[in-house]
Design a protein around this ligand. Structure first.
Ligand SMILES: *[C@@H]1O[C@H](CO)[C@@H](O)[C@H](O)[C@H]1NC(C)=O
Length: 387
């Protein structure tokens, strides 16, 4: 019976009201600070009342335009853009070292590493960067079997100066799958040229401007090659007007490391064009190409009001207001005048009956309760069985 009546009880915490101006002001100030933080930063700035979709889906199409001149030859888009599909990563060739009329044959190496005075220097079948050694020493260089004549890439070549005026048109369409929201980057008219201040939404960029906005020097970049990025940022608040969801363009050099590196500076690669003689034998033109690679990178997220994050964050805000009491307690019980008095009011000490001498009351109480009986239970789960 006793157990049952003990169980059906309600316990509540006792509050101590402190009528002190100092602690009262501190308490309200801390609460105000916490509320201000939640309202201004969490809700207004971080928009905690929205759900966010950062899994942006995007497609990028590019088109380069411009005509260049290179060693008495005219270069159009098909000549200088690789690959031609208009993908988000492409290279605009700015310098070419061509080795025409290569055929599969035997010829001496050009690299000084393969200088020789007799055949014993040239181990047969050892690979070089151009072919396999035949084991013979010809005209003081080891002979190779491979595409001949071999490339000499130490020659100085000019750059395609007109590349600075080439334009890149970027068509981008993005989608936020959670909200099923689609948007494109094309403005009403394409009769424009991107300018960070005058026309920040124009998707037609001059290569020279991209290089300059990325903080690079065009001649250096075209000479050695490099990788630049056009970043398109979509940060959309879908609670606001549709028109305010606009792209933001920025430009950086991505291979900043190779700029200062002496071992492998810049960006280059080789490719070949193959031809056939009327007699069926093949020859090729080897091209070592230096160019500016453009990577179009798209990032972004969208947010929209939703009741669940709003509720969660509101509850978090109210709970956090309670954190103020922890601080106030520390001040109240340690640093304020009359701290001992507050302490006495806040903590009631109840001594263990067996250690208090001369208290017959407690002793008789204990006798009444009896050994082995359940003495006390609390809602906090502190459950003790008397010994
Ligand atoms: C780029 O275009 C401008 C204006 O059309 C022209 O003055 C300039 O000479 C061109 N630059 C090159 C390198 O061709």
């Amino acid at each position: 019976m006793g157990c049952v009546t003990d169980f059906f009880t309600y316990e509540t915490t006792k509050s101590v009201v402190v009528k002190s101006w100092t602690i009262g002001v501190i308490n309200r100030a801390v609460q105000l600070l916490i509320i201000t933080y939640f309202v201004c930063w969490v809700f207004l700035h971080e928009k905690a009342y929205q759900i966010r979709d950062s899994s942006i889906e995007s497609s990028v199409m590019t088109k380069v335009k411009g005509i260049g001149r290179y060693s008495k030859q005219i270069m159009d888009v098909a000549d200088y853009v690789i690959p031609p599909q208009g993908s988000s990563v492409f290279v605009i060739l700015t310098k070419l070292i061509t080795t025409p009329k290569q055929v599969l044959n035997h010829c001496p190496e050009t690299d000084d590493k393969y200088k020789c005075s007799n055949d014993s220097y040239c181990t047969r079948n050892n690979p070089t960067s151009n072919g396999f050694l035949t084991g013979r020493c010809v005209r003081s260089y080891c002979q190779i079997q491979g595409w001949c004549p071999t490339e000499n890439d130490t020659v100085r070549m000019p750059i395609v100066m007109e590349a600075e005026n080439f334009t890149i048109f970027v068509k981008n369409s993005v989608r936020f799958p959670i909200f099923d929201f689609e948007r494109g980057n094309l403005p009403g008219s394409l009769n424009c040229r991107y300018d960070p201040h005058k026309s920040p939404f124009c998707p037609i960029f001059r290569l020279g401007d991209i290089v300059r906005l990325a903080g690079q020097n065009f001649t250096n970049l075209a000479e050695k090659g490099g990788v630049l990025s056009i970043k398109i940022g979509w940060l959309c608040d879908l609670d606001q007007s549709w028109d305010l969801c606009v792209p933001r363009y920025s430009f950086t050099r991505l291979d900043g490391v190779s700029e200062k590196n002496n071992v492998s500076p810049g960006y280059n690669f080789r490719f070949a064009r193959y031809y056939m003689n009327p007699d069926g034998s093949e020859f090729r033109t080897l091209i070592k190409a230096f160019g500016i690679r453009i990577d179009v990178l798209v990032y972004g997220n969208a947010g929209k009001f939703n009741i669940i994050p709003t509720l969660i964050n509101t509850v978090a805000a109210f709970t956090s207001v309670g954190v103020g009491t922890v601080l106030c307690d520390i001040i109240l019980l340690n640093f304020l005048k009359g701290a001992d008095q507050y302490k006495a009011k806040k903590f009631e000490e109840i001594s263990d009956a067996s250690t208090s001498f001369g208290s017959h009351m407690f002793k008789s109480d204990q006798t009444l309760a009896g050994r082995g009986d359940e003495k006390r239970s609390t809602d906090s789960g502190a459950f003790s069985i008397g010994l």
